[in-house]
Design a protein around this ligand. Structure first.
Ligand SMILES: [Zn+2]
Ligand SMILES: [Zn+2]
Length: 418
């Protein structure tokens, strides 16, 4: 029941962690990365060990339902759902599936059901789960303590499971969930089990001898800081190993050696060709929040916990974000940025804003801070830019407040992928 390479890459991809398809990172490294990513999605878990008996029990009240508390979405999903209220299609994105199942737990536990059977349509594997108690780990975030058992075949075909189901006098609910999603459940429950304090235990029923104790909290979509940590491999772009050389033509990618370099060539070639011979100039940028500290800078990956933090900061009279750095999801690798100068007919003080496709990197360059870079970019925007304003260029992060840009090379149309 382990994730294979394709599944690891698929899960990481839907979480926003994009690795090169040609990656040679060993399978166990990829699996660990998925485990770490799923750990990060449970952003409410702050301490290393959890003792549920020290938490207060969840109590729903008007305006605070378990169902709502299991809905964790980011801005992208919030806006996507505005027009279309139908649930997402199953079995396309395993992480969305997982969160849908978590919502089923919220809805059913609220109405008093505590037994769940999770199985795939072909009944290859299944879970039996009894939710023992629901606690509140932080304000408004539930923590479901449960006993689970997982195995091949339908839940009813397993002796333990059918005994278990028959012996329960409570009503149960069933969740359809493909094998890939079940693998994610297993990773989540197995790693959470290790976080429970040894002193904590629950009373097992007679039929639950094979059941294991674990818990979950509703997983949030990953924010850019987590995506950055999970994406950046300091080493060779293909295998993660110690780097010994750079691509001699463009100087923009590092490898451990010839084998990895040739494995990456097909994917790297277009970028390399458009960068060869280009000049990189250093730029110092400012954060948008430097100028307007009380403005909340939203983008489509902004998560609910980001919003909560910002709201709490503003309420306390603090800037909306205490972030002093822009998340770095690109590491030291080149990426395409849109460079947008204020429009020629604008009467405001000229400015330049810069962002990447996913808007993980959104900064401004001010003339007063970096005159040389500002003038160089501004001139090209006016000369070559769409409406005298917008151009695309390859850029690289070089520090917390700096990046470099290759201004004299234009990325080709099919590289831009905006
Ligand atoms: Zn390598
Ligand atoms: Zn190259």
């Amino acid at each position: 029941m382990e994730l294979d390479r394709e599944e690891c890459l698929n899960v990481l991809d839907v979480l926003g962690v994009e690795l090169p398809r040609e990656t040679k990172l060993p399978l166990d490294v990829l699996q660990k990365r998925v485990g770490k990513a799923l750990g990060c999605t449970q952003s409410a878990l702050k301490s290393k060990k959890i003792d549920p008996s020290k938490l207060k029990k969840w109590r729903s009240s008007p305006g605070k339902s378990l169902m709502d508390a299991t809905k964790t979405i980011n801005m992208m999903e919030a806006t996507r759902n505005q027009g279309d209220r139908s649930p997402p299609t199953l079995f396309v994105d395993p992480f969305t599936d997982l969160r849908q199942s978590v919502m089923s737990f919220g809805m059913n536990c609220e109405s008093g059901m505590s037994i769940a059977v999770i199985e795939d349509p072909s009944e290859n594997y299944s879970f039996t789960i009894r939710v023992v108690d629901v606690y509140e780990i932080t304000e408004g975030v539930p923590l479901f303590v449960l006993l689970y058992e997982h195995g091949p075949g339908s839940a009813r075909s397993r002796k333990t499971a059918s005994d278990f189901m028959d012996s329960q006098n409570t009503m149960g609910f069933k969740i359809k969930c493909n094998v890939l999603e079940q693998k994610l459940w297993l990773i989540l429950l197995q790693s959470n089990a290790k976080l429970i304090e040894d002193s904590f235990s629950v009373n097992k029923r007679r039929t639950e001898s094979k059941h294991k104790l674990s818990f979950f909290v509703p997983p949030d979509p990953l924010g850019f800081h987590d995506i950055g940590t999970l994406t950046n491999d300091a080493g060779c772009i293909i295998c993660g190993g110690v780097t010994r050389s750079r691509c001699a033509q463009c100087q923009s990618v590092s490898y451990c050696g010839k084998d990895c370099q040739s494995a990456h060539w097909k994917a790297h070639k277009p970028m390399c060709k458009s960068l060869v011979g280009g000049t990189w100039i250093p730029v110092t940028f400012s954060l948008q929040t430097d100028l307007a500290p009380y403005v909340l800078n939203l983008n489509k990956y902004t998560t609910q916990s980001d919003l909560k933090n910002a709201a709490a900061n503003l309420k306390a009279g603090l800037p909306s974000t205490s972030e002093v750095t822009v998340p770095n999801i690109h590491g030291d690798r080149a990426f395409i940025a849109k460079i947008q100068a204020s429009l020629p007919w604008s009467t405001a003080e000229p400015s330049i804003s810069i962002y990447d496709r996913r808007r993980s990197f959104t900064v401004i360059v001010r003339r007063g801070v970096d005159r040389a870079a500002f003038d160089a970019m501004f001139e090209i925007c006016r000369k070559e830019g769409y409406m005298g304003s917008k151009i695309y260029r390859w850029t690289k992060r070089t520090g917390d407040k700096t990046f470099s840009v290759c201004l004299d090379r234009t990325p080709k149309e099919d590289e831009i992928k905006w």
